[in-house]
Design a protein around this ligand. Structure first.
Ligand code: PXP
Length: 255
């Protein structure tokens, strides 16, 4: 039996984020390691999708990487990007399966918080309209925060991805009460987002230690996981690293 009394809505998908293969490549310039090769290996290892974040400063994934992924992938590409005109034009040129709108500040090391949707509702509604018309599934990356989720539903997003960073950070820092409170917020907001008609995804900072409780939320349909998996691949290889994550996700779903 699962938490909120409903059966899981389907097999939980794993989106593998390959950004940090590009981070390692870019540390030296040149072509190695190749994110496209990692993406194809991830596909073979059972990834249901590939996620890549084309940042405005191109610190990891490049425009050429997106060209290559669009050409070579047989699983869906989830393109993460900021809500800028430049990124909108790129997404409309490629028409990936999914576009996930994320906040971006150049000085941050990673995507630190969720998108501020509630205070930017009109602009974002106009921003995503052409992407929706082009057939992309538009996802909005938000904190587990009711007003943001409700705004994501109002602007017409198909999906909301809940930011699991605060939960994972609290776990890593041994703040277990805070971790449990974050998990409860995620649980409630998954149910709420689903009740508003949004497909629910989750991600950021997930590892073998933190994935199971989130994977067990019945409304969550997809997890996007990158940094931990690419790091783990150094020790056990990408295929076994992904296979273990898949095993933990399936176990959490009672499969
Ligand atoms: N989901 C979103 C929207 C993200 O921005 C990121 C980080 O790029 C992830 C998931 C994956 O986070 P991590 O690399 O910490 O697994």
């Amino acid at each position: 039996m699962v938490q909120s009394g409903i059966e899981p809505l389907g097999r939980l998908r794993l989106g593998v984020n390959i950004d940090h293969v590009a981070t390692v490549r870019n540390a030296r310039g040149g072509r190695n390691p190749d994110p496209l090769r990692a993406a194809k290996l991830a596909e073979e290892a059972g990834a249901d999708g590939i996620t890549a974040h084309l940042r405005e400063d191109r610190r990891h994934i490049s425009d050429a990487d997106i060209d290559g992924l669009m050409e070579a992938l047989s699983v869906p590409l989830n393109l993460e990007m900021a809500a800028t005109e430049e990124m909108q034009a790129i997404a409309l040129r490629h028409k990936p399966h999914a576009v996930c709108i994320v906040p971006e500040r150049r000085e941050e090391r990673t995507t630190e918080g969720g998108l501020e949707v509630a205070q930017d509702e009109n602009r974002l509604a106009h921003f995503i309209a052409p992407l929706r018309e082009a057939g992309c599934r538009v996802s909005i990356f938000v904190a587990a925060d009711r007003p943001q989720i409700e705004a994501a539903a109002r602007i017409g997003a198909a999906v909301t991805e809940l930011h699991t960073g605060a939960y994972c950070d609290a776990h890593a820092e041994g703040r277990f009460d805070a971790r449990d409170a974050e998990l409860e917020r995620l649980r409630e907001m998954s149910t709420h987002a689903h009740s508003l008609g949004l497909e629910v995804h989750a991600g950021h900072g997930l590892s073998y230690d933190t994935v199971k409780p989130v994977a067990a939320f019945p409304e969550v349909m997809e997890l996007n996981i990158g940094h931990f998996l690419i790091g783990e691949a150094i020790f056990r290889g990408l295929d076994p690293a992904i296979a273990e994550m898949r095993r933990l996700m399936d176990a959490a779903r009672g499969r």
